[in-house]
Design a protein. Structure first.
Length: 491
């Protein structure tokens, strides 16, 4: 189970395999439709949702423009509150820092709050290589870990599993990781939840080190925030003697007043709740409560490079609500594994190629994993124009050009397999720049329209196999306009 899913095939190939799995498609359809309907109802309750959405967008954009200043302010606040701040340029450095911190405690086990940042860097695998066992405590993450699986959804990592599959995983695997599943375990939700509760409780009471991510960091006070629905995260954040939080640098907000906006939009967009059942906040350390030692690892891992892209940087607004996944027709049919990243769905299709670059086959294919229907943009609580970024990244893949990698300006070569696309775009550019040629082409196309095929040949066959080619008009618009005097003489 790798955070980057190295070796994954390109999205079309992975998706082709996924859509053949009828059980997977059924699980995804039921789950996404249910969450989608509940979210729509929860959002409709808020009269000023559009204003909250715009406020969230502006807060994020402002923070990203002044990220250096707010990160320095955060470090000062965390340090003043008794915490220790570490800076990690990439996954390797972050894994090394966390491994050394755990080793310094003398412990060989850690409990973890659900964290996409630690999945992104492959922290569990790095700890395992160092002889340290990391136990996931979020219920869905526990299912994924016990099943030797990979997460497939931002909010519900085990969305691709049904209750029967989860029961079988608990029965066969729990005993290898700790307390075994109860005898006669059924697939009723209450029994499954109780089995997980009993299994995890012994780990909570034994663990001396906890590892978390954070949904938000407040620069003014150095406060970190985790929102969840189960309470397992709070156990990880309060019981261990040492707490290590690995957080992407984009998760920062300037003030508590800014945080208030997101505590309204995130729950409704993710779990369709008015507020999360558990909103945990911690600021440094305290002698009377919680961990005695707190470390914050601030993770870059491609985020600064993404920030340098004027169009693509809006992906860093993401608050990981997963609303875009639940409305995406592509995700609903292909599932999260096909994206080859811990960030699946529409947001993954624009975030992963920026954090990791487009050099691999899977990352070069992700910007094309969309129908550009725009549903993702409509539901995004921070107004990320995902279709705009998808088109922007498609241009980067097909045309190449200058990008920022590891803080340096580099020129990418066009990806293989896009020669025909580039040729078509060059021809279109030349044609639109020469009105006479455009007019001649339009007239020729109209006069020969009865001879045109209903499907495209060659590479276009797959596209037209599921779409009707638009019929050509009997005459070009320019000719119609001249003939009818702008429509005044039309019959």
């Amino acid at each position: 189970m790798s955070g980057t899913f190295v070796g994954m095939p390109a999205f079309p190939e992975a998706a082709r395999e996924a859509v053949r799995d009828t059980t997977l498609r059924g699980n995804l359809r039921h789950a996404t439709h249910t969450i989608r309907a509940k979210r729509a109802k929860a959002v409709a309750e808020v009269e000023d949702w559009a204003e909250l959405r715009e406020a969230g967008k502006r807060i994020k954009d402002h923070t990203l423009r002044h990220l250096d200043r707010y990160l320095e302010r955060l470090e000062e606040s965390v340090t003043a509150a008794g915490g220790v701040v570490h800076w990690a340029a990439d996954a390797e450095e972050a894994n090394r820092i966390v491994t050394e911190l755990v080793r310094a405690t003398g412990e060989s086990e850690v409990v973890k709050v659900k964290s996409m940042a630690t999945q992104e860097i492959g922290l569990n695998e790095a700890l395992e290589a160092a002889g340290i066992h990391a136990y996931e405590t979020d219920l869905a993450e526990l299912i994924v870990q016990l099943g030797k699986d990979r997460p497939s959804h931002i909010l519900v990592p085990a969305i691709h599993r049904n209750r029967g599959e989860i029961r079988d995983i608990f029965r066969s695997e729990m005993g290898e990781w700790g307390r075994p599943a109860p005898e006669g375990l059924t697939d009723t939700p209450a029994e499954l939840a109780e089995a997980a509760r009993l299994h995890l409780r012994e780990k909570f009471l034994r663990a001396k080190v906890g590892i978390s991510g954070a949904n938000f960091m407040v620069a003014d006070t150095g406060t970190l925030v985790v929102v969840e629905s189960e309470g397992n995260g709070r156990m990880c954040l309060t019981l261990p003697e040492t707490l290590i939080s690995v957080v992407g640098i984009e998760k920062i907000v300037p003030t508590w007043r800014d945080l208030e906006v997101f505590l309204q939009t995130l729950p409704r967009s993710s779990t369709a709740e008015r507020m999360n059942p558990y909103t945990s906040t911690w600021t440094g350390t305290s002698d009377s409560d919680g961990p005695k030692v707190f470390h914050l690892v601030l993770l870059d891992n491609g985020r600064t490079d993404t920030l340098a892209d004027e169009v693509g940087r809006q992906a860093l607004r993401c608050i990981r609500c997963s609303a875009c996944l639940n409305v995406c027709p592509v995700y609903e049919r292909a599932g999260g594994h096909a994206y080859g990243s811990v960030y699946p769905g529409p947001i993954g299709a624009i975030l992963s190629p920026q954090l990791r670059g487009t050099g691999s086959e899977i990352d070069a294919s992700l910007p094309y994993a969309s129908s550009l229907c725009g549903a993702c943009y409509e539901v995004c609580p921070v107004a990320i124009d995902i279709p705009e970024v998808l088109v922007h990244l498609r241009e980067r893949v097909a045309q190449g050009g200058q990008v920022t990698r590891d803080g340096n300006k580099v020129v990418l070569k066009p990806a293989k397999g896009h020669a025909a696309e580039r040729a078509a775009m060059r021809a279109a550019r030349w044609t639109f720049a020469h009105p006479g040629a455009l007019r001649t082409g339009q007239r020729l196309a109209s006069r020969t329209r009865r001879l045109h095929p209903r499907t495209l040949p060659g590479p276009g066959k797959a596209w037209s196999g599921t779409r009707d080619l638009p019929p050509l008009p009997a005459e070009p618009f320019r000719d119609w306009w001249q003939r009818t005097n702008g429509g005044k003489g039309a019959k």
